[in-house]
Design a binder for this molecule. Sequence first.
Ligand SMILES: NC(=O)c1ccc[n+]([C@@H]2O[C@H](COP(=O)([O-])OP(=O)(O)OC[C@H]3O[C@@H](n4cnc5c(N)ncnc54)[C@H](O)[C@@H]3O)[C@@H](O)[C@H]2O)c1
Length: 435
Amino acid sequence: MYSDSLRGKLENKSAAAGIIGMGYVGLPLLVNNAMSGLCSTGFDVNGAVVDIINSGKSHILDVSSDTVKELRDTGKLSASADFSKLAECDVIVICVPTPIDSHYQPDISYVRSAAEEVAENVSAGTLVVLESTTYPGTTEEIVQPLLEKRGFEIGKDIFLAFSAERVDPGNKKYNTRNTPKVVGGVTPVCTELAALYYGTVLEGAIHPVSSPKVAELEKILENSFRFVNIALVNEFAKICEKMDIPVWEVIDAAKTKPYGFMAFYPGPGPGGHCIPVDPMYLTYKAKEYKCSTSMIEAACEINSGMPQYCVSRVGEVLNNAGKPLKGSKVLMLGMAYKPNINDIRESPAIEMARLFIQYGCDFSYNDPFVPQVDIDGKTLKSAGLDKAVLEAADIVVIATDHSAYDAALIAESSRLVFDTRNLMAGIDGDNIHRL
Ligand SMILES: NC(=O)c1ccc[n+]([C@@H]2O[C@H](COP(=O)([O-])OP(=O)(O)OC[C@H]3O[C@@H](n4cnc5c(N)ncnc54)[C@H](O)[C@@H]3O)[C@@H](O)[C@H]2O)c1
């Protein structure tokens, strides 16, 4: 029986793992597989990424090059763009992107093409897990039929499950290794083998659920929860501004309640490949069932309007100082969507930069993690950051609260500050303005 054979290989760690997609999710998982003793290959369509990994380096901030090199040198870790090698894998995990297009529609093409590669090359007896965040039904509606087309019976010849990645880049406490995993297989034996696999390579608790759909939807619930709560607090920030009540103080006070409240913070809007994207996958799928996702849509309207709101507030601050936005020197601190990482996907700071440029500002930015960025076909380079640079700006706009930013220096050197992240907490001055 294939299931017994795979169980044995996982238990004695002779199983070979193939991880498809060597990005923020796939590379840490590859490293964990190799660290646990499984012979592990990372697959990617991007030859440059494959070369970086094979040269013993990491292109992902949370994974050190030393770790990649060490594991490569033991022979446990390598990368490849040759998908025929998937045939040698006992476990295959798909970690490819699931973005949205310009109409907020899911782009499932990466999952489909990775699943096609798997179906073409996979050998009988393999466990296949989809980790890409997606709408409920993807595993059984897209991946399963491709495998069945090859004549495999799921749960007998091939084992198929969904288990979302929950990695929070930059989080020093929770990472791929110690974050609990939710696992839902197409059949009970699929769930059991997927749980055994993750229990072998990771250290967090494993929570099995009754189907891939449950596992797919729980991930969307996690991220919709954040998306909606961020929108709620952004709405509070706008109301507080009109009422002249400091929103940050309101949140700090609410936080003293030891139960029933979880603090979320306002800002220029959520970013990254997950929070602003994943709820849209549910909105898309819900339509098939004639269901609305009105709360998600309201949250989307509020969150996606935040960059414009922040830029308008900057315009007001400049106006009160007798300056128009047009022609003013705007220095924006931060381009990444959250502190201390280099990810600019869906970053609200990008939209703010675009608006400042459209309004005719003399715009520059600094981000220690993002040396350059393309805005509407124009490449901008991160400016140096010192007292003189701060003094030269008409206004300094804090878009991301990187730890490297010295709040006291910014406050004392800048003519005007507009702080969207409360970096200036505890610092007062006529020049300081907050969201
Ligand atoms: N980034 C996060 O913080 C995070 C957290 C949890 C879940 N996720 C989810 O994990 C998935 C992957 O996200 P990511 O941030 O790692 O993406 P990423 O863009 O960092 O990496 C994806 C990699 O997949 C490769 N790729 C694309 N198509 C491929 C194919 N057909 N075959 C092989 N490789 C292919 C790309 O070249 C890239 O290197 C997404 O569904 C995302 O929603 C991401």
